[in-house]
Design a protein around this ligand. Structure first.
Ligand code: F3S
Length: 429
């Protein structure tokens, strides 16, 4: 049992001064603080809630959220939502059954009743109005976003669970432990990469090899700067480096349980503190080749016919959408293509004309959802291709699809031809 210090206000919330919904939230935050031995609670500036799709939360989740909302609980910090199981304006056209859509909409209603903003995206850091600053304490439950915020921005978040992120949003605080503390932000693995890492797919493959080895450790990439252009000062656009680090963090969090990584000379804490961030004796990992990772992630090597090509996991940035539009200009697709993104980014992409080009080719820029949290069987999708490491990991597990994994060029070639020819157009082409 820890000596948890609570302020008078926190004790009042715990005693029910603001009603049963807030009391329930405070009980969750305090229970976690005691489990993890926190000395006190930290104010958070933003919460990101995961577990939004009806596919994941089921009827029990719908009932739990509605009960909490009915108790009058309101978030007291800006709070945003992960993707749900369908796009708001398109689910009827997609053929999503009311038996899925109705409880899904009930989940969103419950969150809105609590004051949550339904951004329905896993990349809150791409949105100007929500992007965190270095040093901010966050309560984020989306593991890919936690890895990005901690590592690339230098904000501070643990991997919150669905209910604990809601609870933190309602009381505006989280337990101060783990990655909120300096000492837990030091690296315990040194990773040397001795092979080319030239694309988003390569960074996904690297995330597989490193994530499997380090588990929930904190890797220090000693020499990855060579494969990264300088980080843009405005990360909300994505940019080549931002997109690569987005996929790296997502894959490290999916294949391992990494919440923080450092890259010598690149990420903010590594730039400021240098090798003093490494806690001796750190373990060492050398990556000589990505071939073994590609063999596992490109899980169905005999698969040729692709039902759906999906790009944008985590949700696509403006630069990724621009890249797809540039490739597809004047072409016609032979199979379905989803470029999944947040509605905020889609609107920006529409203003720049990218959405029109992708739609003219026959593709869709899809908001609010992704091919992991949408009911893909209901949409008749059984085979998929992607350039995203996390999607290659999760879609076969959560959506029961067969998967091809390769470069963006290989994926878009499959969208145009309807057939995977990745061995001819992939990374060493
Ligand atoms: Fe986001 Fe879906 Fe990937 S929630 S991180 S696009 S699995």
């Amino acid at each position: 049992m820890s000596d948890l210090r609570l302020t008078a206000e926190e004790q009042a919330l715990l005693a029910g001064a603001e009603g049963p919904g807030v009391k329930r939230a405070m009980e969750i935050v305090v229970a976690l603080a005691r489990i993890y031995g926190a000395a006190d609670l930290a104010p958070v500036v933003h919460a990101q809630i995961a577990g939004v799709s009806y596919k994941n939360v089921g009827d029990a989740g719908v009932e739990f959220l509605n009960r909490w909302a009915d108790e009058g609980a309101q978030v007291r910090v800006p709070t945003t939502l992960n993707p749900m199981g369908m796009e708001r304006g398109k689910w009827q056209a997609w053929g999503i059954q009311p038996g899925f859509a109705s409880p899904q909409l009930s989940v969103i209603d419950a969150f809105e009743k609590m004051g949550v903003t339904p951004t329905l995206s896993c990349t809150p850091y791409l949105f100007q109005q929500y992007k965190p600053q270095r040093g901010d304490a966050l309560a984020w439950a989306e593991s890919s976003a936690v890895a990005f915020a901690n590592s690339v921005i230098g904000a501070r978040s643990n991997r919150e669970g669905g209910p604990s992120a809601i609870a933190a949003a309602i009381v505006g605080r989280t337990a101060r432990y783990g990655y909120l503390l300096d000492d837990h932000r030091r690296a315990n693995w040194i990773v040397e990469v001795r092979c080319p890492v030239k694309s988003v797919a390569d960074f996904g493959a690297l995330s597989y090899s490193v994530g499997k080895a380090v588990g929930n450790g904190v890797p220090w990439f000693a020499d990855l700067a060579h494969w990264l252009p300088p980080l843009p000062s405005d990360l909300t656009q994505g940019g080549l480096a931002g997109d690569r680090l987005k996929t790296l963090g997502a894959g490290l969090a999916a294949y391992g349980a990494v919440a923080l990584f450092h890259i010598a000379g690149v990420t903010p804490e590594a730039r400021d503190l240098g090798e003093s961030l490494i806690r001796p004796p750190a373990q060492r990992l050398v990556i000589d080749s990505l071939d073994a990772a590609y063999r596992v992630m490109d899980a169905d090597p005999d698969l040729r016919v692709i039902d759906l090509v999906t790009v944008g996991c985590p949700h696509a940035s403006l630069t990724e959408i621009a890249e797809v539009a540039e490739y597809l200009a004047g072409k016609t697709l032979a199979t379905r293509l989803w470029v999944t993104t947040g509605e905020i980014t889609r609107q920006a992409a529409a203003e720049l004309g990218y959405v029109r080009i992708i739609e003219a080719a026959g593709g869709e820029v899809v908001a609010d959802t992704c091919a992991v949290v949408a009911p893909m069987r209901m949409l008749d999708v059984r085979t998929m291709a992607t350039n995203a490491g996390k999607m290659a990991c999760y879609a076969p597990m959560h959506s029961g699809v067969k998967m091809r994994f390769g470069d963006l060029a290989a994926c878009l070639d499959a969208a145009v031809t309807g057939e995977w020819r990745g061995d001819r157009v992939t990374r060493d082409a």
